[in-house]
Ligand binder design. Sequence first.
Ligand code: GLA
Length: 353
Amino acid sequence: MRDVTADAPGRVNLIGEHTDYHQGFVLPTVIPQRTRVRMSARDDRRVRATSRETGNTVVEFVIGAEAVTDTWVDYVQGVTHALRSVTTALPGFDVAIESDVPLGSGLSSSAALAVSLLRALRDLYSLSYDDVELARIAQRVETEFVGAPIGIMDQMACSLARDGEALFLDTRSLSYQRVVLPPGAELVVINSGVRHQHAGGEYATRRRESFEAAARLDVEWLRDVSVTQLHLLDALPDPLDRRARHIVTENQRVHDTVAAFAAADLERVGTLFDASHRSMRDDYETSTPEIDSLVNLGRNDPDVFGARLTGGGFGGSVVMLVRADMGNEIATRILAGYHARSNQRGSVLIPER
Ligand code: GLA
C-alpha cells in the first residue's frame, strides 16, 4: 500500500489577538516545532490512528460514522468529517502521529495536526484543495466537529506561514502579505506550562461577549469599527465596552506593527506588544497571573523590546521581541526568574534548544 508523510508547524501570533473571529487582522509566524504524520492507504473506510504522545495506542473509527469522544482522535475524526464537503468517498487510512508542538500552550498544536493530516490526505488520495482551502477545511474540524468556536488564524498560519516571515493576514478576504522580520531583533517564545482548553469555556464566553457588543453597536463584525469611533463604545455596559475596545484597538496595533517592522523601528514594535498585552490583560481579560509574571520579567529586561501573551489565552505562552543574538541568554534568565516566582515549570520554544 502507498505510504506518505507530511508535517506542519505550530504557530506563534506576534500581534492581533481575538481579532480573527471578527474578520480582523493578525500577524502570526511559524515555530520550529512540528507535527508529523505517516499515513498509508486502506481499501476499506476504516481509520486506525496512533499518537506517540499518548503512548501509541491504536484508536479506530469508520469514516461516515465519526462520533465525538473528547480525546485527541476527534481531530482526526474532524478531518474526515470536514472532508465530506470535498469527497463523499474518502477511503480509510492508517496514520501514525508524532508532535513536538506542546498541547494547550497557545501554539496551535491542534491546527498543526489538522493541517498535517490534510496535507497527507491530499497527497495520498490526490485531493485538489489548495493551501488556503486546506486552512478553511482545518478550521471546520474545530468549529463543526470538535466544538471550538475559533477563527481562522491558526490554520492559515500553519498552512501558509514560513520561517523568518510573519503572515500579515486579513481574515475577511484571506489575502495576506509576508512580513520579513528586520535584522537587529529575534523572537523568544516561552510556554508558561499553564494549559488552556478552547472547546467551550472562557474563549467561547469572550467570543459571545464580543458579538453582543457588535450587535449593540449595530455592526456585524467589530472589524468595521475603527479607532476614530472609540467614543461609540461609551454607550456599552461593562464589560462589553472593554471587550470591544480590545478588538478595535488590537486591529489598529496590527497595522501599526507591520508599519513599524517595515521601518525597522523595533522600539515601536515593543511598545505595541506591551500595549497589546495590557489590552488583553485588562480589557479582554485573557491573561493569568503566571503569564503576567512572564511578561513583566520581559518588560523589565533591558534587552527585551516588548512582551505579550500569544494565542487564545487563559494560560499558554508569551512572545517577546528581543535584541538579536541574545535570545538564548534572555530566555534563560527569564525562565529562571519565572521558576523563582511561580510553581510552574515553563519551557523555551524559541530559540530552539
Ligand atoms: C485561538 C484561536 C484563534 C484565535 C486566537 C486568539 O488560537 O484558534 O482562531 O482566535 O485564539 O487570537
